[in-house]
Design a binder for this molecule. Structure first.
Ligand code: OAD
Length: 250
């Protein structure tokens, strides 16, 4: 692992036939969405993940958890994709294939920037899910909810919860399978704005490296997976991605 020159990483990315990009909360930090583990501004420095991001926490105090996610949903609605999201979307569009974007983020900023096929490992904060599997033989088709904090299914009475993956829960199988496959077949893996503290997402850089990929990390601070990287750029998403992925100016 070494501090790389931006130009050499840029050349690798531009030359690679297949690129995999894994993003974390740092990707959206410059859009004003807080990260989880940054020492001062990170959500987990102020809030208890066991109380707010687990099924046990939700069952213990559904209103508290619902209200916390409602605030975060509002913040996502107010946020706009930053220059990093836009540069990545332009890179994906220009390549017309050969780039897979995988995100741990539950916001929709990659999608709004134009990366429609992003693999979402940790769900979608703007979606609702039913807490229990529907007890009826024919599941609630309408999925209409009686308003409340949280709402309840109008049909089966189920509590509604946010569509994110909580601690202790499995990732969507199709998402992690697709992410692993993309990591194993790419020539370059670009990892942006993740602490590498949460598995199995944190293992994707190692999978890519083991399969022969050149691994690049963009993060202004040290991460737990820096040792997996061939090159580390101590920069931010909105600064580094336009420089790495943008079309060359001649
Ligand atoms: P973390 O909060 O753990 O890490 C964010 C990383 O982004 C840190 O390493 C920062 O140094 C870096 N960073 C901060 N600002 C940045 C910027 N402007 N540009 C680039 N990098 C920057 O977030 P994740 O690694 O995404 O789970 O956390 C993984 C999971 O833990 C999240 O998906 C979330 C959380 O619990 C769910 O929501 C299910």
């Amino acid at each position: 692992m070494h501090e790389a020159s931006l130009q050499s990483v840029r050349e690798r990315l531009q030359a690679a036939a297949s690129v995999c990009v894994l993003t974390g909360a740092g990707m959206s930090a410059e859009s004003g969405i807080p990260t989880f583990r940054d020492a001062l501004a990170g959500l987990w420095s102020r809030f208890d993940p066991a109380a707010l991001a687990s099924e046990e926490g939700f069952r213990a105090d559904p209103q508290l958890v619902w209200d916390w996610y409602a605030q975060r949903r509002d913040a996502v609605h107010r946020a706009e994709p930053n220059a990093g999201h836009r540069a990545l979307a332009a890179f994906v569009a220009a390549r017309a294939g050969g780039v897979t974007v995988i995100t741990q983020n539950v916001d929709d900023l990659h999608q709004r920037a134009g990366c429609r096929d992003t693999i979402r490992l940790h769900g979608d904060i703007l979606q609702d899910r039913w807490l229990e599997a529907c007890p009826r033989t024919v599941a609630c088709h309408a999925r209409s909810a009686v308003p409340g904090r949280p709402p309840r299914c109008a049909d089966c009475g189920n509590l509604v919860r946010p569509g994110v993956v909580w601690f202790g829960e499995m990732l969507p199988v199709h998402a992690i399978d697709a992410a692993e496959a993309a990591a194993r077949r790419c020539e370059v893996m670009l990892v942006v704005g993740t602490s590498g503290a949460v598995w199995p997402a944190a293992g994707l850089a190692g999978s890519a490296r083991a399969a022969g990929a050149f691994v690049v990390i963009v993060n202004p601070h040290a991460s737990e997976i820096d040792a997996q990287a061939h090159a580390v750029l101590r920069s931010t998403a909105a600064v580094a991605l336009p420089a790495l992925l943008g079309t060359p100016t001649r």
